[in-house]
Design a protein around this ligand. Structure first.
Ligand SMILES: C[S@@+](CC[C@H](N)C(=O)[O-])C[C@H]1O[C@@H](n2cnc3c(N)ncnc32)[C@H](O)[C@@H]1O
Length: 279
């Protein structure tokens, strides 16, 4: 059953952090943390990762490639497009090279709001950001874009009349079809002023049987049943936006730099990304 926007908002507001850490079920944030080489994960997360790695050995490479795309996207937004405000939805646990660190290394005045539905992100994020007035973290749900933009912390740091960027790194893939990913993307685009940006990246099915196999394991480990949607189904998230060159493509072909891991590996076709600008 789909939760109403009001239910999603009140859930995010009421739940205490400690009570939320379920160590019996893999959590997307912690699985991704493990795949990136982090330490904020439990046995249940590591077992889920092992099943993925047994099926497709390049799974950690795909996680690193996803993170590399996020880094390059932020460098583009701040360094080339002059963006000074970022809402990073599905931000994940703190990792090496957090969005605010990448952005503020280029332009110290950049303001960043991290949004994740997993309260563990808030717990770790608070500690990391205790001395940074330009960056905050909230617990909220991608499925409720209006709730996100009504949040007092978002309103405090993001002036929605000025261009800002919405960053969707590896998060749209975790929405089910009945949660209406196209509609969610449309509601996020509606929040952007002219000159605002939408960034999206995540898994895709390019017709590689390994994508189907990984998708099956993602489903069995509660990561979502349609994590590997065909590229055409995801391109619509950018409807009405101008795609920045080279478009919505496999991430190893999106302005790769010297740090990109194993750029020639064919597994990269299972990971796509792009940036759209509202005219
Ligand atoms: C694969 S991680 C990606 C982290 C980071 N954005 C990146 O690309 O490096 C996905 C994150 O999205 C979060 N997430 C999944 N579904 C969400 C939802 N409906 N609303 C908000 N966050 C969500 C998970 O908790 C997890 O931390």
């Amino acid at each position: 059953m789909t939760e109403s926007a009001e239910q999603l908002r009140s859930t995010a507001a009421q739940e205490p952090v400690a009570a939320e850490i379920d160590t019996n079920t893999p959590a997307i944030s912690r699985v991704y943390d493990y795949l990136l080489g982090g330490k904020n994960n439990y046995d249940v997360d590591r077992e889920a990762c092992q099943a993925m790695i047994d099926a497709v050995a390049e799974t950690p490479l795909l996680a690193r490639a996803n993170r590399s795309f996020v880094r390059r996207a932020v460098e583009y937004l701040v360094g080339e497009a002059g963006i000074k405000q970022i809402v990073d939805i599905g931000s994940g646990l703190p990792t090496a090279g957090n969005v605010h660190e990448i952005a503020q290394a280029i332009e110290p005045s950049v303001r960043v709001v991290y949004v994740d539905k997993d309260p563990i992100v808030l717990a770790y994020g608070r500690a990391l950001l205790s001395t940074d007035d330009n960056t905050t973290v909230i617990t909220a749900d991608l499925r409720d874009p209006d709730g996100i933009f009504a949040d007092p912390e978002v309103r405090r740091l993001i002036d929605t009349s000025e261009p800002f960027a919405v960053l969707l790194g590896g998060v749209m893939m975790h929405l089910e079809d009945h949660e209406d990913p196209e509609g969610v993307a449309a509601r996020l685009r509606a929040q952007l002023p002219s000159g605002g940006y939408l960034v999206h990246c995540g898994c895709a099915d390019p017709g590689d049987p390994r994508a189907k196999e990984l998708n099956r394991i993602f489903m069995e480990t509660s990561m979502g049943s349609r994590c590997f949607r065909p590229v055409a189904e995801q391109r619509v998230y950018f409807d009405g936006l101008d795609l920045i060159e080279p478009g919505f493509v496999a991430v190893n072909t999106w302005r790769p730099n010297a740090d990109f891991p194993d750029p020639g590996n064919p597994a990269h076709a299972m990971l796509v990304g792009g940036i759209g600008r509202k005219p």
